[in-house]
Design a protein around this ligand. Sequence first.
Ligand SMILES: C[S@@+](CC[C@H](N)C(=O)[O-])C[C@H]1O[C@@H](n2cnc3c(N)ncnc32)[C@H](O)[C@@H]1O
Length: 331
Amino acid sequence: MDMTQPDSLFSDRTAPLISDHFARDAEAVVFTGSCLQLLGEIPDKSMQLVVTSPPYNIGKEYERRLNLDAYLAQQAEVIRECARVLSERGSICWQVGNYVHDGAIVPLDAVLYPIFRESGLVMRNRIVWHFEHGLHCSKRFSGRYETIMWLTRPGKDYVFNLDPVRVPQKYPGKKHFKGPKAGEYSCNPLGKNPGDVWDIPNVKSNHVEKTEHPCQFPTELTDRLVLSMTNPGDWVFDPFLGTGTTIASAVRHGRRGAGAEIVGRYITIARERVASAMEGTLRVRPMGRPKYDPLAAGNSLTQSPWADHESAEEKQLRLMQNRARYNHENR
Ligand SMILES: C[S@@+](CC[C@H](N)C(=O)[O-])C[C@H]1O[C@@H](n2cnc3c(N)ncnc32)[C@H](O)[C@@H]1O
């Protein structure tokens, strides 16, 4: 299955249908206002997947900084409502980093976890999302991961489709070396489980998905959650929608998406992105594309000005060879 291509349920439609309010038969809902208002319109147990990255209360342009207790109380209200609208076999994926105060960090997953437990949910994975770009700290190690808390209702009956999100094995040619299957290939031809550490580039300046929002999800991350935790036609909900990445992933894969956002400019961007996703024209970084490797790509900035190195001609030749090899491998 080619995950990079849209898999729309709605391909016979002539104009994209994006509703302002929740309606069961809508394809996508982009609500202007607080998520609690939109949640008030959503029936119990109707959402198969909730995916979000809430404000972290660190003073981004779209948030009013609260003390930690007030922030947690606000989050608790939204989490309880998300648990109410979650379907019996559904999942919640809450993606968070750290709250930072006076140079001390509070990992938000640690302090939010009890709220999810009180809402009757259990954790299936604490996924570490590793990325390489961010602030350079001088008084602690620079933060290069955040986490995704994946929760469901208790019991074994929750939707989890591994096959659409398998990744290539490191050694697909490996064979069983003993037993009844000796000599046969030991790998699943569809690939392996991607594991719980995800190395996905974050959306910074050179990323094809970059908008003016300071912290949007990469589509590859939401695609992986949508494909593994929902089936076609299911509803996916994002209470803190930002630029609409969650809904874009949902509709690209034939699901329905709903979300709320309070900043007008982000609403406009979200609507444009969801409409492009419906039309199959949204620019996304394809799932599974290898990360940009500046050394292998022959980027001249990888040459340290302080190191002893080769002559100008040798350097130019080496960079050209690297670039040609990189372009060939990433055609
Ligand atoms: C971390 S960003 C989410 C970015 C999003 N994941 C994306 O891919 O673009 C959080 C967003 O929540 C919005 N927000 C803050 N409080 C809100 C509320 N009560 N209801 C809805 N949205 C809210 C902010 O304006 C911000 O755009």
